[in-house]
Design a protein around this ligand. Sequence first.
Ligand SMILES: Cc1cc2nc3c(=O)[nH]c(=O)nc-3n(C[C@H](O)[C@H](O)[C@H](O)COP(=O)(O)OP(=O)(O)OC[C@H]3O[C@@H](n4cnc5c(N)ncnc54)[C@H](O)[C@@H]3O)c2cc1C
Length: 458
Amino acid sequence: MNRRDFIYKTSIAGSSAIASPQIIDSLISTGKKPKSVIIIGAGFAGLSAAYKFVQNEVSVTVLESRNRIGGRVFSHNPENAAGQVIELGAEWVGASHERIISLCNTFGLILDNNQFETDTSISGIHRKDGEWEFGTVMNEFWNKKAALWKNMTEKEKRKLDKTDWWRYLSNLNIDEKDMQIRELLDSTDFGESIRQASAYSAFSEYAESSEKNEMDLKIRGGNGLLAHKFSEAIGIEKIKLNHTVKSIEQTNRKGVKVICDNGSSFEADKIICAIPTFSLLKINWLPDLPSRTYDALQELQYARIGKYPILFSERFWQREDFDMITDTPAHYFYHGTKGQPGQSGVLTCYATGDKGEVLASIDKKRRSEIILEALAPAFGNVKKYVQEEMMYYWGQDKYSSGAYAFYGKYQRFDVMPTLKKSFMHCFFAGEHLADWQGFMEGAINSGEEAADLILRGH
Ligand SMILES: Cc1cc2nc3c(=O)[nH]c(=O)nc-3n(C[C@H](O)[C@H](O)[C@H](O)COP(=O)(O)OP(=O)(O)OC[C@H]3O[C@@H](n4cnc5c(N)ncnc54)[C@H](O)[C@@H]3O)c2cc1C
């Protein structure tokens, strides 16, 4: 049973938690297809929803704040690189992420292998992949986690949401050294310490993910190409950039009216808000959002991830599939230009939580020193190879205030279904509402689900 079925079944079974309301709503369809729909947000959730409407001949307008499409998918060409592309936002397409893989096939996009073999650098000692391993307890648990998950009762799974992933693992008597590595590895997935992550979110993700935990593939030429393919299929003229929605007015009879900060306004039968919660809270709603929705919006946090890529004149790390966790503020490195031609290459420093925030706030010189010092145990002084230093700290992104939603204890079965609940003519989408939460796949699934509900006459 996947996570969606689980949430649905447990809530239908009469527990105090709410079932995914959009699923429940789907039982009460009017069967009337709308004539026009407005979508707020040209990230993967908004674009996938718009694509679905265009395919079903429903008039659609997409309103986007930024001067670009893609949202948290943000491919970038370093100025001094010879045509190489790196990702400042979403990086990996998972092998289990069926929908994004199928869309890449439809649009003729090529997916390249983007798997890595992990080195460690702990207490100043560098160990190459193959030179370090977890202890027996950790290994045994990891190897049987999928079977354990499969055999758990629904009640047992729900109970996991009451504790954090760190505590759950420590109760298994995992070695302290292994716990440290687990924290360093898994906090790159959640974007914050596993001491705060729900054990339900972590266990379900790791039990159902590919062997490399969905760090498998990448779109050749940049993940942003999928956004461009979407926009061509939707019709570029239907996507209005630099349009920040500031108010949403709904009436039962007339539908929806949206007003943007540049004075323009749009009307439609239905609307999908495919934006992060931080942005939703800035909108003036008429009538106001239900108080429970408002509370849930205030409860959900987002992960603080910073990417600090460096373009080096030589790939001194030698292995194309190089990545490395460290116990320094630089946290994690991976080869950001894996498989791309050229002598130069990018190592992306990827720091989460407090580490990501500290690296963002200190001055450029000190940040550079910290990052290069973290590479020293493995490669010595590599300053001479530095050609360009870049950064994007998502904790201060104007529209999301974080990389992706971070579900803590007691939130998965409460906050998520509440935020999914439609409100008059308004439906909600975005990675924060998906089974594959925190992934491009989840954003696409959620956009398509919201569009499906509207197309079925809700
Ligand atoms: C650092 C980082 C690493 C990641 N790594 C991965 C990974 O390896 N693999 C993976 O699959 N996923 C990864 N993700 C997650 C992935 O990027 C997201 O899940 C997905 O892109 C979210 O899409 P979305 O459409 O829900 O939201 P967004 O992409 O945020 O789109 C929402 C859009 O709405 C716009 N907007 C906001 N407010 C308004 C308004 N009032 N009016 C108009 N427009 C508005 C925003 O500008 C934005 O463009 C990563 C994300 C980050 C940041």
